[in-house]
Design a binder for this molecule. Structure first.
Ligand code: 26V
Length: 839
């Protein structure tokens, strides 16, 4: 029986229990004295934050240990989510919210003279990820805990997360993200959980009565030490661990060397070992040929598999049953080495026959693909593999031999087929293909939106799908509503509770009840008031950070995501320039006031993306200081986009820009967060936008541009956009202004390369899609002016988003991939799912 938690997420008017209040106050004060070593009088805000976090952590730990014991006693199957990225952001209010302790902590802290919101801001935003893939892992961890699936997330405890972005004179600059410098109250260092991870050396082979026995004689050893962070599910009934590995040397100080006076030499090994967990690589920094990254991948895969094998052996005493008790999900190709490492553990260390080991491996592992971009599919030089992981390379060769034999059987004599499925790319100087390795070693391979999964079958994995039919499946991404609605948008949550009933917090299908109120004047008014409140908060933040005053009644047009050519921030800027010119031409017209808000980081080495950031800022400088457009158009670039900033921007959005070149965005999850908070989407038929359209209805979203098939055709025809531009005077004029220095008077040639690309190398179809995008934006203007119709569409976007809850996604993984039971809960709207299926 699950314990019922009284007062969990109490109604706003419910009084706070005096006993609980006194208890929490006492607990915080005790932590302040005993764990921080300070009195209330001398405590800084950060001290208070830590004391409160520790008091909360105590309450979580009890649940955690209970959940752990229950799943251990029940012999439950466990999910292991292997990911090099977890973009968890701040945990304090997230955990408070899920524990149902937000009101009582807020009151307790208030009585102690500190504001919860001030404390919340003391917590660094844990940015152990680049973007969508990492944030998805964080949402999944929360949903797995909510659905009471026993799970552990495995990753690396990077000393430095994704870089801190500063905008200086319009240019991006990168600084280290020192998220651990004031300690981390959430984690538990498990000093006793240490594994050895080996690198280099050579392999010995002996013949053991006709069976080849391999022994790896590594040259180097690094230790992996575990740090556990509890992840609390909704209503605090289940807690899982995020286990992050830190690297250290088994021999931290060479005393003999130190005593010779060579102080640097004495710690050289330690520095080399620690470099493994020093920092998170920007995933879209190419080429990925850095040895350290491969070392990171093997380091965390090896430690994680050793850990889960040890746990399984402790409960089952043998490994034959592994696949029935363990499901390992590979988040992209970064943990693909799990295929070879599990084979090595089974065959070399536990004497399994190859064929049996292979069956266990494939039945245990599954792999999620997150991008089709060829440049993003990881490969490693064979030579590097041989040097770093010689035994793993042998295993890859052996897997490949059987795999190619199957390919020859299926398509005898077809050399191209063979080459396309091979784990080794022979064309580009012999490289190991991690995508192919993960595919061959997994029983399920999933894409992250319906379209992406279809494209996987048609493109990168076409031949592998033919060889292993039935393995590819779709699991459309989702987002956790606890963070992206309840926490980020408490006012909208309040309205939902009122209209849909308290049960809406547990059963998102009740969002449906909003539909009946979508055209109700009084309700619309209240819905708009909530949005206005959120927009005021964002306007305040923009004014504080940039000194730019924006009108909260203007249309807030938002594009927040990594800066990448395929995501087409450039299309948005070119349209901004065209709109600016149009307003200047006819200043007397009734223009819809707009604020264009951008945020996002460019990979440090991605010069073109950094130039786009500079262009946004240069355009902002001109537009924001031009009295001719005052009150009609503002452009804002918010620096250092992260989860916490997203939590402020998203609830304030009116319009969500999801404008990637069709066929290139695997899913997108920002699109879901923005729609859930009532923003209308302007977007292409790409990734999950398609499913969003299916759910919200084509009349409640603005779709424009080429479709994926059109893009492929046009690319074959050539990338020259001269024709398109000659037919669009508006586009021609905007490009001319950009390339001739109208926004960069200090360096008129600064954006010449952008002009050139728009004209002659339109790979991302910015010019080709421009007219269609411009027209869609003007149709948005027209809709915005009919307030009741806009509000209705906005309400319907919220009402029809339940299907995009990551709880739904995780249920699908649990049923179709992991074969684990999930806690029974109210099903997500059947009506919504139906709508998606039939349109
Ligand atoms: C990697 C690279 C590497 C080389 C240069 C270009 C490039 C571009 C993008 C990437 C991203 C790789 C993985 C990733 O983060 N994918 C994102 O995963 C999200 C969660 O499934 C999904 O919503 C996004 O659409 C997808 O881009």
């Amino acid at each position: 029986m699950q314990e019922q938690i009284p007062g969990n997420y109490p109604a706003p008017d419910q009084p706070i229990d005096e006993l609980a209040l006194a208890e929490i106050k006492g607990a915080i004060l005790a932590k302040l004295r005993l764990a921080i070593g300070k009195d209330a009088g001398m405590a800084t805000r950060r001290d208070w934050y830590k004391a409160a976090a520790l008091a909360l952590r105590d309450r979580i730990v009890h649940r955690w240990l209970t959940a752990e014991k229950e799943s251990y006693d029940a012999g439950s199957k466990r999910v292991y989510y292997l990911s090099l990225e977890f973009l968890i952001g701040r945990l304090f209010t997230d955990a408070l919210n899920n524990m149902g302790l937000l009101p009582v902590f807020e009151a307790a802290l208030g009585d102690l003279g500190v504001g919860l919101d001030d404390l919340r801001k003391c917590e660094p935003d844990a940015a152990l990820g680049n973007g969508g893939l990492g944030r998805l892992a964080a949402c999944f961890m929360e949903s797995m805990a909510t659905l009471a699936i026993p799970a552990i997330g495995y990753g690396i405890r990077y000393d430095f997360g994704l870089f801190r972005q500063i905008i200086s004179h319009g240019w991006q600059q990168e600084y280290p993200d020192e998220w651990l410098s004031f300690g981390n109250p959430w984690e538990f260092l498990r000093s006793e959980v240490v594994y050895h991870v080996h690198f280099g050396g050579f392999v010995d082979h002996v013949d053991d009565r006709g069976r080849d026995r391999a022994t790896w004689r590594p040259a180097e050893t690094v230790q992996a030490v575990a740090y556990d962070t509890p992840i609390v599910g909704w209503r605090g009934q289940h807690v899982n661990a995020l286990r992050l590995w830190s690297a250290r040397s088994p021999d931290p100080l060479r005393l003999d060397v130190f005593n010779t006076g060579d102080y640097l030499g004495a710690v050289a090994e330690e520095a080399r070992a620690e470099s493994i967990c020093k920092f998170l690589y920007p995933n879209d920094e190419s080429p990925a040929g850095r040895e350290l990254r491969l070392r990171q991948e093997y380091f965390f895969v090896s430690a994680s598999l050793q850990d889960l094998v040890k746990r399984h052996l402790a409960s089952d005493g043998q490994l034959r049953s592994l696949a029935s008790k363990v499901a390992v999900q590979l988040n992209d190709t970064h943990p693909s080495l799990a295929v070879t490492e599990l084979m090595r553990i089974l065959v070399d260390l536990h004497n399994f026959r190859w064929d049996e080991a292979w069956k266990i491996t494939v039945a245990t592992l599954s792999y999620t693909n997150h991008t089709l971009l060829p440049e993003a599919l990881e490969t490693w030089p064979v030579e590097l593999f041989e040097r770093l992981l010689p035994r793993h390379l042998e295993i890859i060769y052996r897997i490949n031999a059987a795999h190619l034999a199957l390919a020859d059987q299926r398509c005898p004599g077809d050399i191209e087929y063979r080459a396309s499925v091979s784990l080794i790319d022979e064309k580009s100087g012999r490289r190991v293909r991690m995508g192919q390795l993960a595919f061959v070693g997994s029983h399920r391979i999933n894409g992250v939106s319906a379209m992406h999964s279809d494209l996987m079958k048609e493109t990168v994995f076409h031949d592998l799908n033919h060889l292993y039919p039935g393995r590819i499946t779709n699991k459309t991404n989702g987002i956790t509503f606890r963070r992206w609605l309840m926490l980020a948008n408490p006012k909208l949550t309040g309205l939902l509770r009122e209209v849909c009933g308290e049960a809406v917090l547990d059963d998102f299908s009740l969002f449906q009840r909003l539909e009946a109120r979508a055209s109700d004047n009084a309700f619309q008014q209240r819905f708009r008031e909530v949005k206005h409140h959120n927009k005021l908060a964002l306007a305040r933040l923009i004014n504080e950070r940039l000194g730019v005053k924006i009108d909260p009644s203007a249309l807030f047009d938002i594009q927040i995501k990594r800066i990448h050519e395929y995501k087409r921030q450039l299309l948005n800027v070119v349209e901004t320039v065209a709109l600016y010119q149009a307003i200047k031409d006819e200043p007397q017209r009734d223009w819809v006031p707009r604020v264009k808000i951008f945020a996002g980081k460019a990979a440090a080495s991605y010069r073109y993306a950094k130039l786009i950031i500079k262009l946004i800022n240069d355009v902002a400088e001109v537009v924001n200081n031009d009295p001719d457009v005052a009150g009609r158009l503002k452009v804002v670039f918010l620096a250092d986009y992260n989860v916490s900033l997203a939590e402020v921007i998203i609830p304030a959005a009116d319009l969500s820009e999801q404008i990637s070149t069709a066929g290139m965005e695997a899913s997108g999850t920002g699109n879901m967060k923005l729609a859930l908070n009532g923003a209308l989407t302007i977007g292409t038929l790409d990734g999950a936008n398609i499913e969003i359209r299916d759910h919200v209805g084509a009349e409640n979203i603005a779709i424009f541009g080429m479709e994926a098939g059109d893009v492929m055709v046009r690319r074959k025809q050539g990338l020259d956009a001269t024709d398109v531009i000659s037919r669009s005077p508006r586009l021609a004029r905007a490009i001319t202004a950009i390339e001739s220095g109208a926004f960069s008077p200090d360096d008129r040639a600064r954006f010449a390369s952008i002009g050139h690309a728009l004209r002659y190398l339109d790979h991302y179809m910015v010019s080709a899609d421009f007219d269609s995008y411009y027209a869609a934006q003007r149709s948005i203007d027209a809709r915005w002016q009919v307030v009741p119709a806009w509000t209705r569409a906005s309400i319907l976007n919220v009402a029809r988003m339940p299907w995009f809850s990551s709880d739904r996604t995780i249920r699908e993984y649990a049923e179709d991939i992991w074969n684990v039971p999930v806690r029974a809960a109210a099903p997500v709207s059947e009506a919504g799912a139906q709508r998606g299926a039939t349109r």
